[in-house]
Design a binder for this molecule. Structure first.
Ligand code: SAM
Length: 236
């Protein structure tokens, strides 16, 4: 029976829960089509995860959001929509072609705040001493309320280090693709798949931290994207 599949349930949930200003905004649907036409991979968050990110942004009353991995700007749009008009959203994308599609989508969506796309390898941009992410959080730059990491999995630990530096105390960091079809939990001694090494290093760090710096959870998901999940890290 078609409805007894994870993808069928996702379709049902979206048919019920898609908000007119969020997942069922026609401009957002046009944006997905534009990304398809441009040949971008179909690896954006699901409508449900997008709306979850919007709920999170609103619930923590975020003013500033940082995203690593823009693609066509689908998830970025959920953040921009959930932010107050005084808010700020920075998103980092390696591919100039992806960034260009995202920019076209942001214009079509008429987003406010309008996302700033930083084009290039995320680690170089985040670590550039003369770049926009150089300043440690202080009075002028209070840091980010939400950081969403959704880019090359191999670099996740390095993104975690930068995200912790850039996140406000009381802010959250969300890592997409934290479960990878279960590959995150290979038994001790077994070879760790390359898309899970970064996350495992983060989890080792969190274990060693023993609650001093962060409080975290990882949630497994099924649905359109098969067996995967996300991790959420609250900075004390
Ligand atoms: N967050 C997007 C969404 O849900 O709509 C999906 C992002 S997609 C899963 C990952 C993106 O990260 C791709 O567009 C890819 O080009 C980008 N990426 C990969 N490696 C990167 C790097 N080193 N620096 C910045 N972006 C990178």
């Amino acid at each position: 029976e078609p409805h007894l599949t994870a993808a069928g349930v996702d379709a049902y949930l979206t048919s019920k829960l898609a908000h007119p200003d969020y997942a069922s905004d026609p401009a957002l649907l046009r944006g997905l089509a534009r990304a398809d036409e441009a040949g971008l991979p179909k690896i954006a968050v699901t409508p449900q995860l997008g709306q979850f990110l919007a709920v999170l942004t609103k619930a923590v009353k975020a003013e500033r959001v940082l995203e690593i991995g823009t693609l066509g700007g689908y998830s970025t749009a959920f953040f921009a929509k959930a932010l107050p008009r005084t808010g700020q959203i920075d998103t980092i994308e390696y591919s100039p072609q992806h960034a260009k599609v995202a920019q076209a989508n942001f214009l079509d969506l008429d987003l406010f705040p309008f996302p700033t796309v930083h084009v290039g390898p995320a680690l170089d941009i985040l670590r550039d001493p003369a770049g926009p992410f150089a300043a440690p959080p202080g009075e002028i730059d209070p840091g980010y309320d939400v950081v969403f990491v959704d880019a090359d999995k191999e670099a996740y630990f390095d993104y975690f280090v930068e995200a912790l530096r850039l996140t406000k105390s009381g802010g959250v960091i969300v890592f997409d693709n934290a479960i990878r079809g279960g590959r995150i939990a290979v038994p001790d001694g077994a070879e760790v798949p390359s898309d899970a090494t970064g996350l495992r290093k983060i989890f080792d760090w969190i274990q060693a931290d023993a609650g001093k710096t962060v409080l975290s959870a990882a949630i497994q998901t099924v649905g359109d994207k098969n067996w995967d999940g996300f991790a959420i890290v609250y900075k004390n």
